[in-house]
Ligand binder design. Structure first.
Ligand SMILES: [Zn+2]
Length: 450
């Protein structure tokens, strides 16, 4: 838990600034940063640069750091190792055995890999699900690498075929979450926060879900879970509880302005109105939904009903990348199948990936737009790549033409974590070695247990 202050004064100079406080606002200018916060945004004079470290944003867009509302960095070592499976088999045959085989070192290496990928792809903040154990190690990695992370261990006390190592005693599971949250919520100068994260309706008894809700609301922490992702899941929830997935979660207290539900694809009549009325966020994860063949959430209908929608890449083994650009391009194009090519404005998609994601994480006062006084979480995206040329509306260029490889600089709380496309928050060569070693050790443990 660092209390280090990042007081270095910086100037992000000469970029196409897209503050995202209002749609369609952009101008060539600079962003001045001091003490971890945005000091000024606009066309600053030469004096403003005096005594500051300058990061060049010429030929690039300067945006608020991207926010993802649903990821699992702990699953990163299983990337490219869980192919061709629908959700429930993907969990039962690959992902849960993998999570059961992780030890503390592997949890930390997986988290480092996921966080490094997020940062290098311009994602500065995320809501993250852990596994059931060793979650301390995710927070340690996040504290060290400098990302802004709202994260929590997951909870499971139910589930046919769930590895014994992941099935928890309810009281112990809740006590562990309370202890983790008490230690890490607000740590690292406020960059880290805790989310109570039961995996999904099928992995938790109603008593465990009620315990999660009571813990989160008692402490003022967020709640997150998965909902209405696949048809088989929705049918199983109905078989178990006698009601629809969203209705069941609502009955358990898992709706509200402090709740982020991943997916929201297979909804029932009245669900959208319920989500809107309760202020519940849906985190749209189109990349993972397509790969697992789960379906396509009807985002224009959710937005029209007044539901807040964030974006997330979900897990590395079901995507297989954590790129917000991939999710933005899909979120901007998939609605055309149902509603025609004008179904969603790229500015709306850019808002989902910035200020709406920040609001879902209850961080709208701190991040999500470039405004004086907010935390200096920002990303500089190259506009000179072939797919960005020759010109056009900045939201179109970034949403349809952008990719993670175009990210030039990334700051979180004023600290440069990626400079000229290179991760400076950690030694990339040593990290890649740790990741390879951790996957080998985990793979061996998975084979021994199979
Ligand atoms: Zn997920």
């Amino acid at each position: 838990m660092t209390t280090r202050q990042h007081d270095d004064a910086l100037l992000i100079r000469g970029g196409l600034v897209v503050p995202m406080a209002r749609d369609r606002e952009f101008f060539v200018g600079d962003v001045a940063v001091r003490g971890g916060r945005i000091e000024a945004v606009g066309k600053l004079d030469a004096e403003a640069a005096a005594g500051r470290r300058v990061l060049d944003a010429g030929g690039a867009a300067v945006l608020p750091g991207f926010v993802q509302g649903h990821v699992h960095v702990v699953q990163s070592l299983l990337r490219h190792q869980a192919e061709g499976l629908e959700l429930l088999d993907w969990l039962r045959l690959r992902t849960l055995p993998y999570e059961a085989a992780l030890d503390g070192d592997a949890v930390e290496a997986a988290a480092e890999l996921g966080i490094a990928e997020l940062l290098c792809g311009g994602t500065t903040a995320a809501l993250d699900f852990g596994t059931t154990h060793d979650h301390e190690r995710v927070f340690r990695a996040a504290a060290r690498l400098g990302v802004r992370l709202c994260s929590g261990k997951t909870h499971m006390d139910l589930g046919e075929g769930t590895p014994a190592a992941l099935l928890e005693d309810r009281d112990r599971s809740l006590a562990e979450a309370a202890e983790l949250g008490d230690r890490w919520h607000g740590a690292a100068d406020g960059r880290l926060s805790y989310v109570v994260a039961p995996r999904f309706a099928l992995s938790c008894t109603p008593e465990l879900l009620a315990g999660c809700v009571a813990l989160a609301r008692g402490r003022g922490w967020l709640l997150a879970t998965h909902a209405a992702e696949s048809r088989a899941e929705v049918e199983a929830v109905r078989g178990l509880t006698g009601c629809g997935n969203i209705s069941y979660l609502d009955r358990c207290g898992l709706t509200g302005g402090d709740v982020v539900l991943a997916h929201g694809i297979h909804l029932e009549p009245g669900d959208r109105e319920l989500l809107a009325a309760t202020g519940t966020t849906i985190c749209h994860c189109p990349g993972a939904n397509l790969k697992l063949g789960s379906g396509i959430a009807d985002v224009p209908a959710l937005l029209a009903a007044g539901v807040r929608v964030a974006l997330g890449a979900d897990g590395p083994p079901c995507n297989n990348r954590l790129s917000v650009f991939h999710e933005m391009a899909l979120a901007a194009t998939l609605p055309a199948l149902r509603h025609g090519p004008a179904a969603i404005d790229p500015w709306r998609v850019l808002a989902m990936a910035t200020r709406d994601g920040a609001a879902a994480l209850h961080l709208g006062h701190e991040i999500g737009t470039l405004e004086a006084g907010k935390a200096a979480d920002l990303v500089v995206v190259d506009l000179e790549d072939w797919s960005m040329l020759p010109a056009g509306d900045p939201a179109s260029r970034i949403v349809f033409g952008g990719s993670a490889q175009m990210v030039r600089h990334v700051l979180v709380a004023g600290r440069p974590l990626v400079v000229d496309g290179t991760l400076v928050a950690a030694d990339p060569v040593a990290l890649a070695q740790r990741v390879g070693d951790a996957w080998e050790a985990t793979r061996r443990r998975m084979e021994e247990r199979a």
